[in-house]
Design a protein around this ligand. Sequence first.
Ligand code: GLC
Ligand code: CA
Length: 543
Amino acid sequence: MQFGDKIIYEIYIKSFQDSNGDGIGDIPGITSRLDYIKELGADYIWITPFFVSPLKDNGYDISDYYNINPVFGTLSDLDVLIFEADKRGIGIILDMVFNHTSTEHEWFQKALQGDPRYMEYYFFRDKPTNWDSKFGNSAWEYVPELDKYYLHLFDKTQADLNWTNEEVRDELKKVILYWKNKGVKGFRFDVVNLISKPETFEDDEAGDGRRFYTDGKNVHKYLKELVAETGIEEYLTVGEMSSTDLPNCIGYSRKENRELSMVFHFQHLKVDYRNGNKWELMKPDMEQLKKLIMEWQNGMQEGNGWDSMFWCNHDQPRAVSRFGDDGKYWKESAKLLATVLYLMRGTPCIYQGEELGQPNAYFTDIHQYRDVESINYYHILLQERKTKEEVLQILAERSRDNGRTPMCWNGSKYSGFSTVEPWLPCRCRIPEANAEEERADETSVFQYYKSLLQLRKQYPSLSKGRITFIYEEYKNVIAYERTYGKETKTVICNLSGENVEVLLKGSLGNILLHNMEELCIDGEWLVLRPYEAIVCGEEVFGK
Ligand code: GLC
Ligand code: CA
């Protein structure tokens, strides 16, 4: 609840703003755009990792936790950013990648030389298990010099750290203390529910291995220890939870447990995976989406957990392309999606460009991709005997690069992001979807986001009230009431491209926000048009 009226804005540093003409976003670039972020209404900025790294996974492969990759700037650039952000009431959240390090990290390099102390920092084993890496192929890599295999749940250049080793845990606490002292206000913990591995490694006869390390035995204990010993209980801390479940997420985020202040989980973003497989295309199952959202909202409320609510991030294709309609109803559906999630119980996290209604990049050529996961899967899917056209079609929908193209600041050649060809091609496919034009247009997606986030801050019901779902029986409708004391606000959303008629249970009261010009009411029936979203409620005076 502490963060119920706060808004997080996620910046993918490589693609946000280049300040020195090398085609790569950087820290001074972020500083130069603080006023924009403030105007939107954000209180915190989560910046993806900018630490020293070979950038095989764009910074999620850290080789030095204490220094900044020169391509992104310097420590003094960061000091300036923290200072300038603070002046505007914005806190900086750093991304802590503690499940693994880059294989170029000094610890791993020493381990490779056979130093037993550092071999204990990772998982070296004589025999691999049959587990899959999340980026494709085996999760174990053979090292001929040692005649051993090491565990990597992600790319083979990202070796998993051994959290059972107290020395590793102490090293990671030092990293937090170091950045905490620089004045940052929060931490995001990358795939943090994977840190507790089993005591013995065995083959998974029924799956890819994840059941052995997801929400592992000691994960809650490790988090409690990390948080207590670094004194970050009151900070904004958000854990990224991979393939998790509701009881664990309650555990991670309920205040009494002193673990994290909130969690990111992804159940709602798998409703377009055929049989749970990201690389098999399927239209989103919107009823399933609705069911999952309700289940988690209700469950987290009952268990006193706390979510960070999000549609997009740097690992996801753009929501308006997945769950909305990035053609005919582009604007309406972009606004609808914001209304669905960001007035719910939880802290909204908006990903750069989402507030402009940015659609997918839809690349058509493998050479346009940079993402290690996409490139790995391109080869894996070809080996599975899919045609090149099929594979490109899958990547166009599913690649993480869909969300990573440079920010569309204006209509110029490199979209105001850079003065040179950027590291990943610009794809501002909807001409008016850029910050300059949307800031000037009252009807834009950007203005709608701004109003919506303001509402959230203005009304205690929306920031800290109870949530109750209503009109559940209507297909494609997701609707809820938020209540706090005498105050109630109602949100009614049509998730589909068809009209839906809803028999009203009472008066709507004042319209506080609406993505269309006027309501369409027919007697006691409210006719919801494609992707219509309504926020309403009576004004209450006094308590
Ligand atoms: C998280 C990050 C993602 C990264 C992975 C491995 O899921 O968000 O970008 O590739 O962890 O660190
Ligand atoms: Ca740069």
